[in-house]
Design a protein around this ligand. Structure first.
Ligand SMILES: Cc1cc2nc3c(=O)[nH]c(=O)nc-3n(C[C@H](O)[C@H](O)[C@H](O)COP(=O)(O)O)c2cc1C
Length: 316
């Protein structure tokens, strides 16, 4: 157990939040992370309030640990906020100016509220909007990247600016990384890419295989996978950019959305999941610079246990 202001606030025993990664963060992954004492996050951009409610009920039945729901602001269904806040400990937002009305709505239904931010100004805005904690995301991060500053300078600036607990995100995968951000003053770390390659991940096996073989320099910040979500830079494997640009196919594959086979257009931002078929290598293979340390597929609980024991060893 590592106690920080974050663990005290949310009631977790490990200062680790596993990022919500739609398609990757299955109910099973969220439950495994919560049962291991860290914080599991569900990401649900295309879900109806009814489906969200049912899946959160399933999670609540399977764990007494801490879990939350992440909303991408450009795709937010406002009816989902109250549903999430009634069932989850944390409601979190990303990729939009912090809004007091959203924070108040989630608070009113019983959740703590956080915002993932990419700049000092956005951190201050999130605190002023009433957030209970924030996540400072550096440009090393996998997936969509909000700001233009790498993690350490951003984290230091944000810690100088706000009083609420701050989690660090972007390029973190090891116990040494976690120890480093805790030493800097962060109340915990948020990790994404490391958990794409875990036993409970919903990612397509070829995506996981590509991560296991890649290093930080094999990732790039791009706007290539912008179909339906323009002007939103994201960090992916460079191989995915090359493969998507090389193909002439307007449709690169097919996936299951709510049990219905749905075509995947070229440059779609959706990750390939276990049920996806087609040209997997040409899809959005999000990866942070942390990918250098993704070398094995293990159960989420084993990854979390190693992170915690490794920090304790580093502190001795
Ligand atoms: C596959 C993938 C999907 C992601 N989807 C989301 C998302 O829906 N919402 C969000 O707030 N962040 C999302 N992120 C970004 C994470 O919140 C976090 O900033 C990032 O994973 C940290 O960097 P790391 O991947 O090096 O650990 C995603 C990241 C990845 C790798």
């Amino acid at each position: 157990m590592i106690e920080t202001r974050f663990t005290q606030l949310v009631g977790a025993s490990a200062p680790i939040q596993v990022a919500s990664m739609p398609g990757v963060s299955t109910v099973e992954l969220v439950v495994a992370v919560a049962n291991a004492g860290a914080v599991g996050m569900l990401g649900t951009p295309t879900w109806s309030p009814e489906l969200l409610d049912a899946e959160l009920a399933r999670i609540a039945k399977a764990t007494s640990g801490v879990f939350g729901v992440n909303f991408l602001v450009p795709f937010l269904d406002p009816n989902c906020v109250a549903v999430a806040a009634r069932r989850a400990r944390i409601v979190e937002f990303f990729y939009g100016e912090p809004q007091r009305a959203l924070v108040d709505e989630a608070h009113a239904h019983g959740a703590l509220v956080s915002w993932q931010v990419g700049s000092q100004g956005e951190a201050l805005a999130a605190e002023s909007a009433g957030c209970d904690f924030i996540v400072a995301q550096g440009t090393e991060a996998g997936g969509h990247v909000r700001g233009q500053t790498s993690l350490l300078p951003l984290l230091s600036a944000v810690l100088d600016t706000v009083r609420i607990p701050v989690l660090a995100a972007g390029g973190l995968a090891t116990a040494r990384d976690l120890a480093a951000v805790l030493a800097c003053g962060a109340a915990g770390a948020r990790m994404g890419t490391r958990f794409v390659a875990c036993s409970e991940s919903g990612a397509h096996p070829d995506y996981v295989k590509a991560l296991l073989a890649a290093n930080a320099e094999d990732t790039c910040l791009t706007e290539v996978f912008s179909e339906i979500w323009p002007n939103a830079p994201h960090r992916v494997l460079c191989s995915a950019v090359a493969a998507a640009q090389a193909t002439k196919d307007a449709i690169v594959g097919e996936t299951l959305h709510g049990g219905v086979a749905t075509p995947i257009p070229r440059f779609s931002p959706f990750v390939p999941t276990a049920g996806t078929t087609g040209n997997i290598g040409a899809m959005a293979l999000y990866a942070g610079e942390s990918v250098t340390h993704v070398r094995s597929v293990e159960p989420a609980a084993a990854i979390i246990a190693k992170l915690v024991s490794g920090v304790e060893r580093n502190r001795r």
